[in-house]
Write a protein that binds this ligand. Structure first.
Ligand SMILES: Cc1cc2nc3c(=O)[nH]c(=O)nc-3n(C[C@H](O)[C@H](O)[C@H](O)COP(=O)(O)OP(=O)(O)OC[C@H]3O[C@@H](n4cnc5c(N)ncnc54)[C@H](O)[C@@H]3O)c2cc1C
Length: 454
């Protein structure tokens, strides 16, 4: 339940010099994320609003806000770029949304490791380290808007994960600085693996101030759009590319013909009925890539260097991961999607089972990544032709019956939306230590869910 207006008023008056916004348009915009990708979340989260938005300009201001929220018993929800797509940053109980985008300083950078404040945008961080021969190991396709803190607390990985795995793979996040939510907020430095107790917990167990992450050596990349006569040839070719250790890669995605049809700006390059793939590979591997494509009977439909992509601001990376879903939704609002993970070695069999049992209701979009054991595994963000909520849940069950993992993107709580299922006991313990009053992003842990939100 939202705190009474008088309490919010008292809070705002206690900190008059801060960058507050209680303007209704701004409050609405900053209370929402991309939860609308899901018809179920739309029904559950439409109209959930903060009482006020605040944008601290430095850590001292953040500390004052946190302390005042605790004293006035007002919930607070952290927000980076607001690009999450399970309503992670949508405040369920009103209160204050704290936007981190002014806490965007680079703290230090040395020998392939960078430390930055949580509100720095991923593209800005990547651009900063690039001239020194380094780049981010992985980032979401929303890297232009998303922050490093938002990726750590609400995301997974994406571009680059074919080589380095998700962000939470041991060895990438080396440490975090966290603020507690107490009347006298404390700041603690946590090193990995303890730091990872705060990963993907939707900002429910502490406020991340800084992250220290290991980088990857930078490469010159070629972005390539491939086309194939059918889905089988596309899968075979891209899986071989993804598995080949001699090919240095950043992105390997496969799209059914029905999905690529939504890529309007690429339509001149792909013929109707062709399956497609996007691979981003080191420019030195250009000839090898061509031979893989020839073997599969495919063709290079379009190719550009990473430098051209940056200069023109038209990158193939922004067709991958959930940008695929975004492109499709722009054309057809009735679509939605799932997040799937196929069993290593059984991918083709499982994909065939889904095709047989769900047919044209599911439109295939696959992404290869490397898992924590070093295996190249196949994840999916298939589009779904939505009919009813009941049928959507049946399709999730159908995937699970076939042994396919589903990270449910139609749930906003950590027990269903989380990659690992329920929050780990260590993360819950961190919740008790870092947010003893339970004020951070309330309702996002299943056991705390407010009534009437199912
Ligand atoms: C088109 C599209 C494509 C996407 N592609 C990908 C993808 O490729 N890979 C992927 O992993 N995700 C993807 N996402 C989801 C999302 O963009 C990413 O996870 C992104 O990293 C989130 O960053 P953000 O700054 O926008 O976080 P926000 O949405 O602002 O926040 C995410 C969560 O983190 C919490 N949080 C933010 N900052 C802090 C902090 N400092 N301290 C504590 N908690 C905090 C928030 O409360 C919220 O729970 C996509 C989304 C869209 C809409």
């Amino acid at each position: 339940m939202s705190p009474p207006a008088a309490r919010i008023e008292a809070l705002l008056q206690s900190l008059p010099g801060l960058d507050w916004s209680a303007n209704s348009t701004e409050v609405k915009r900053k209370s929402l994320d991309y939860y609308w990708f899901s018809p179920i979340l739309r029904r559950q989260l439409d109209g959930k609003l903060a009482d006020a938005i605040v944008r601290p300009r430095n850590v001292d201001e953040l500390r004052e806000i946190v302390s005042a929220c605790v004293r006035h018993n007002v919930p607070l929800t952290m927000r980076g770029g607001g690009t999450g797509n399970y309503g992670q940053a949508v405040p369920l109980d009103g209160g204050v949304v704290i936007e981190t985008t002014a806490l965007d300083q680079l703290v230090w950078f040395e020998r392939g490791v960078v430390r930055a404040q949580a509100g720095i945008k991923l593209a800005v961080l990547d651009q900063f380290v690039a001239p020194h021969g380094w780049e981010l190991r992985c980032m979401p396709s929303t890297y232009r808007m998303a922050t490093i803190g938002g990726l750590f607390c609400g995301g997974f990985g994406g571009i680059g994960s074919i080589t380095y795995g998700p962000l939470s793979t041991p060895g990438t996040v080396l440490g975090v600085k966290v603020m507690t939510v107490e009347a006298e907020p404390r700041i603690l430095e946590l090193r990995a693996p303890e730091a990872l107790q705060h990963a993907h917990t939707y900002g429910t167990n502490g406020i991340i101030l800084e992250l220290e992450i290991a980088l990857a050596p930078a490469h010159q990349w070629d972005e390539t759009l491939l086309s194939f006569r059918d889905a089988e040839a596309a899968f075979t070719c891209v899986q071989a590319i993804a598995q080949c250790p001699g090919l240095i890669k950043k992105e390997t995605a496969v799209f059914a013909d029905s999905v690529v049809a939504y890529f309007k700006k690429l339509s001149a390059h792909i013929e109707a009925g062709e399956s497609a793939a996007i691979v981003v590979i080191n420019s030195s591997n250009r000839e090898t890539l061509q031979s893989f494509v020839n073997t599969a009977g495919g063709r290079i439909a379009f190719q550009q260097t990473g430098a051209v992509a940056k200069a023109t601001q038209h990158t193939l990376l922004e067709y991958c991961w959930n940008h695929t879903t975004l492109h499709a939704l722009r054309s057809d609002k009735s679509l939605t999607y799932l997040q799937t993970s196929y069993e290593y070695g059984r991918e083709r069999e499982q994909l065939a089972q889904i095709e047989k049992r769900a047919g044209a209701e599911m439109l295939s979009h696959l992404e290869f990544i490397r898992d924590e054991h070093g295996r190249v595994i196949c994840n999916g963000l298939p589009l779904v032709r939505f009919t009813t909520e009941h049928r959507l849940l049946e399709l999730i069950d159908l995937h699970r019956e076939c042994g396919i993992g589903v990270k449910d993107p139609h749930a906003y709580t950590l027990s269903r939306g989380s990659r690992h299922g329920a929050m780990s006991p260590a993360s819950l313990d961190a919740k008790r230590r870092f947010d003893p009053g339970g004020l951070l992003n309330p309702g996002k842990i299943a056991s705390q869910q407010p009534s009437g939100s199912s």
